[in-house]
Write a protein that binds this ligand. Structure first.
Ligand code: GCW
Length: 828
């Protein structure tokens, strides 16, 4: 909602003051678990409905945070493990054919050195359990890497750093196998040893990025082979091996294979050329444009490593609200310098292109796609870019949305606009990613219908190298939305999924919300366009509608902060985005498990507690911000705190009141056939389910229905009672997260422990702020008192409406509400 933002910047004090491949084994979903809350009450989250909507991901909406012993039982995350695992011990996480983790007892560490978080999940600390350490020391003594270029070098460097760190012993390099303990890496072309192994015959099926990691015999010695068809595949295999070892898995169980299901796995940076980041909460942009191309920050390589470790293979460097300057020769030279750093890590660069650049940079009188001069300008520009960057990925375009220029200015369609750029890059093998997030200046009856209405008729009209990129939901990255109706609705067009990794609407840097369950929810949502099983994942990976071109994008959350993402737990969202982009069938819980092990500790005391709190975190946030399908009731511009009362913005659909439609009768937006009929944009079975009060999940209820305050919901409570209940549950769940975090105190370094504790403290008070502000406002319509068993609202509505926080929208907090005790909100 940028346009509103820009227009309103001058109105501060008015509106603003109102608020402050797959890896062979598809991982088992953590499923519909988690129906009971930490407070022991029952929550409708974790259920799925006929239409496969809102919460099939089982984000543990309040699963027991102080969680019982025992690691999660689930299949292996990210790669298949072909070993039988027979006789293997069972570790923290049972994987198919093997186990992640170890059953050895973890010593309580004496004192741990403080960590900044700068190393992300690539820390490689020495294995603290003697049995596994001895095993690794024997199995990994040297790396055999005979030939290859920069990517093989990157793989070798990573293995050397990782294996030396994990074993606490320098691991050496060798040209040949020196005895037991060799890790032999390469492709059949770069390595005669790999070419000679029986596994070489299995490689072609794995594609250009796939890999195998296996135990093998070379000259009578047992080695670990990391084999792939390309050097990038070798790098991915090396990271897969290190991930297994950093999660303390048994060497005897090692047998990994992986290949990506989605071809283009991108980060989209909303980074501006002045160093600011739109919706960024982690400092300034990583790209130091002023110093490029001459000076290359070491962070560029570190960024590339981190992305490669999770399978991301493309990066769009600049904001979709694009500055034309990025297409000038001076900037192309800077972009080339970055592309050269990223290339060994398998990462291509892309640029957001400004549609009006032929006028603004080229001096043409028009940017009309039908104009031959415009076509030539783009073709020449593409030639210029590809001359500098032969593997340039292509263009991302936001057009005719929130004030951005586009083809409609010239009475041309989005398809004509996209094809203009597509033709320019086609000869070079480039692609165009055209965003469907359109936002016209003319208010419709229902803002969420606009993308479908504009794009569905264009299906079949896009060139072969164009993808249409669609946000996960039809509105705008809300804490929960139903899946976007364009998924499956454009069978002749490859449709890419856009997820937001930066938490614009989910508490930004401070609030802990693990997004794995949100991503899993949308990927598993069943569009039913070709009958049951037509999931968003199968639309996006191209298999459902038979597209070879496929893409997924995550709006990046990284910046110049030392910890990269503004908070330690926001790193998990970068991580899970990459892992699910590589394999959209991975479960959020499996990924959380491996992230915690690599980032904090493999100690089951830590893994169990922290995974549980992560898995419940997003549902807790939904509960205290926007329960029951409410959307977009946050403050204008900053999108941080509550402001359901805002009603004075000039376009109706910029206002929260447009979305929640509270009145004396009830709450919610009627999108059934009696209302805006947005349900008709879905496949009929899905639309019917969304439109039916009996089948819609309570989690999405108010997104599709206007419900009377006294109506009974699935839980047996009235709407008003359930609203109060969920807001209260959300607040108290954050209290449980704090309790759970407190228990890992001695097992995590003091610095990161304290920083997370501080943010949980902020989150707890701000959750209560959300609850009390929203309920005091909605009570003006329901005219109902707080039900028995819930804490009174801390302040009158006027207090919340008078707040003017946050002072800093890039590091937002609202200290005015940090008084009293946030919990219990639901009285014991
Ligand atoms: O979510 C909204 C944001 C805008 C963003 C826009 C978009 C880049 O508030 O900041 O602009 O979406 O996705 O284009």
């Amino acid at each position: 909602m940028r346009f509103a933002t820009l227009v309103l910047t001058g109105l501060v004090g008015l509106a603003l003051s109102s608020a402050c491949s797959s890896d062979k084994q598809s991982a088992g979903a953590s499923g519909a678990a988690g129906t009971s809350s930490a407070a022991g009450t029952s929550s409708a989250a974790g259920t799925s409905n006929a239409a496969g909507t809102s919460n099939a991901a089982g984000d543990g909406s309040g699963g027991n945070l102080l969680g019982a012993a025992g690691g999660p039982s689930q299949s292996l995350g990210g790669e298949s493990n072909g070993s039988s695992g027979a006789g293997g011990e069972s570790g923290g996480t049972t994987a198919s054919g093997g186990a992640i983790g170890s059953t050895e007892t973890y010593p309580v560490p004496g004192s741990l050195p403080d960590e900044t978080g700068a190393d992300l999940w690539l820390r490689y600390p020495k294995v603290p359990i003697p049995g596994r350490l001895a095993e690794y020391k024997t199995a990994f003594t040297h790396i055999v890497s005979t030939a290859g270029g920069a990517s093989t070098q990157a793989a070798t460097d990573e293995l050397r750093q990782g294996l030396s760190g994990l074993t606490g012993t320098p691991v050496t390099l060798a040209a040949t196998v020196q005895g037991d303990g060799a890790v032999v890496i390469g492709t059949p072309t770069t390595s005669p040893v790999i070419a000679g192994l029986p596994l070489a015959s299995e490689l072609p099926a794995l594609g250009p990025e796939g890999y195998l990691v296996r135990s093998a015999q070379v000259q009578g010695r047992t080695v670990i082979a990391v084999a792939a068809n390309t050097e990038i595949g070798v790098l991915y295999g090396s990271f897969a091996l290190l991930r297994r070892l950093a999660t303390h898995s048994k060497v005897a169980d090692l047998s990994l294979s992986g290949s990506a299901k989605i071809k283009n796995r991108l980060l989209n940076h909303w980074d501006n050329l002045d160093g600011s980041v739109e919706r960024g909460y982690a400092g300034s942009s990583l790209w130091n444009w002023a110093a490029l191309p001459g000076t290359l920050s070491p962070r560029y390589k570190a960024y590339a490593r981190a992305n490669a470790s999770i399978g991301i293979n493309g990066t769009v460097l600049n904001n979709v609200n694009s500055d034309k300057q990025i297409l000038t020769a001076a900037y192309i030279a800077k972009v080339k310098a970055l592309a050269d750093v990223f290339r060994p890590y398998g990462i291509k660069v892309y640029l957001s292109a400004r549609f009006s650049a032929p006028v603004e940079l080229g001096g043409l009188s028009s940017a009309d796609p039908a104009d031959a001069g415009v076509q030539k300008w783009w073709a020449d520009k593409a030639d210029e870019i590809y001359a500098a960057i032969p593997d340039f990925g292509g263009f991302l375009v936001k057009a005719n949305s929130e004030g951005q220029p586009g083809p409609q200015t010239y009475k041309r369609t989005h398809a004509e606009g996209a094809n203009l750029l597509a033709k320019a890059v086609a000869a070079h093998g480039g692609i165009v990613i055209w965003r469907a997030f359109v936002y016209s200046t003319v208010a419709g009856s229902d803002r969420i219908k606009q993308a479908y209405d504009e794009f569905k008729p264009l299906d079949g009209l896009f060139d072969k190298n164009v993808l249409v990129q669609v946000k996960n939901g039809p509105l705008d990255f809300q804490p929960r939305e139903p899946f976007h109706p364009l998924f499956g609705a454009m069978p002749k067009t490859p449709v890419a999924l856009e997820l937001q990794v930066t938490k614009e609407y989910l508490g930004e840097d401070t609030h802990l919300a693990y997004l794995g369950p949100l991503y899993e929810e949308v990927l598993k949502a069943d569009t039913q366009v070709n009958g049951p099983g037509s999931t968003v994942a199968r639309v996006v990976d191209g298999t459902l509608q038979k597209h070879t071109l496929s893409a997924i994008s995550g709006v990046a959350n990284v910046g110049s902060d030392l910890n990269w993402t503004g908070s330690h737990f926001n790193q998990a969202n970068w991580y899970v985005y990459g892992r699910m982009a590589w394999d959209p069938d991975l479960s959020a819980k499996v990924v959380a498990d491996e992230w915690v092990r690599q980032t904090f500790s493999n100690d089951p005391e830590v893994v169990t507690k922290v995974v549980a709190l992560m898995m419940s975190s997003r549902q807790s946030l939904v509960n205290y911000m926007e329960p029951l399908g409410l959307v977009h009731i946050m403050g204008t511009d900053h999108h941080y705190g509550p402001a359901p009362w805002v009603s004075n913005l000039s376009q109706p659909e910029w206002n929260p009141v447009y979305y929640h439609k509270a009145d004396a009768v009830g709450l919610g937006f009627d999108r059934t056939a009696r209302g805006s009929n947005a349900v008709s944009q879905y496949a009929s079975a899905v639309g019917a389910s969304f439109g039916n009060r009996a089948s819609i999940s309570d989690d999405s209820l108010l997104f599709f229905h206007h419900v009377a305050w006294g109506d009974k919901l699935d839980t047996g409570k009235t709407l008003w009672e359930e609203l109060v209940h969920r807001y209260s549950l959300g607040v108290d769940d954050v209290g449980h997260m704090r309790d759970a975090w407190a228990t890992v105190n001695s097992r995590i370094d003091a610095k990161r422990f304290a920083e997370v504790s501080d943010f949980l403290h902020i989150q707890h008070y701000e959750a209560r702020w959300w609850r009390d502000a929203c309920l005091s406002y909605f009570a003006t319509f329901s005219k109902l008192p707080m039900p028995a068993g819930y804490a009174a609202l801390a302040h009158p509505l006027s207090f919340y409406q008078g707040l003017s926080c946050p002072a800093d929208a890039k590091k937002p907090r609202c200290s005015q509400v940090y008084t009293g005790d946030p919990s219990p909100a639901g009285l014991p």
